[in-house]
Design a binder for this molecule. Sequence first.
Ligand code: SF4
Ligand code: FES
Length: 220
Amino acid sequence: MGTDEHMYSISILREEEYMEFVLNLSDELTILDALDEIRYTMDSSLQYRHSCHHGSCGTCACIIEGTQRLACMTRLSEFPDRKISVRPLDSFRIISDLVVDISSMVQKMPVNSYLRDSELNTEVLPPDGIASWVRFENCIECGSCISACPVSERFLGPSPLAAIHTEILKRKDPDEIRELRALAYGETGVSGCDKHFICSRVCPVKVSPGKHITELRREQ
Ligand code: SF4
Ligand code: FES
């Protein structure tokens, strides 16, 4: 056993019961690495989502020791007692084990909000007095904010409202802006938010959906 390897207990919620897997892992590995190891060596039926392995795709979000996190960006070394619980995101339909159906969130996103200009356009320089660009749209649609929000079922929810706000700021067509404002200030809009701001705390890419909702309220 290497010096950075230890026995870990990983308890995974499967069909409403936690199943414990005890295995030897390097402290430097991530929760996603541990899930891979369990799947490859202990239980090939374990279901979870992943794609990029580096915090870009949002597919691996789950609840790790009670908090919404990206499994690929959460290291085992963050849990010194080496007992780690993993369960699927709340507020979404569970498909299997850690796999949830995020279509309810995606359907609330404004149409075409995924499209954006290339971020690799080196011809475009920041204006005088501005040191660097900050990406305007960071959301990786992981669903963590919706899962963490205690009232997400009664309104559009944090990430769709953050997307609606960025679209309002971005778009020029008055009819499109009117439609987006109708969503933001309609029955399922910003009035449903109770200002818990847990959405902003759990967001792995600092979208700060709570701040977007606050700004939408101010711009009403
Ligand atoms: S706003 Fe943040 S937490 Fe919510 S879906 Fe987008 S990336 Fe995930
Ligand atoms: S696998 Fe893509 S964010 Fe984790």
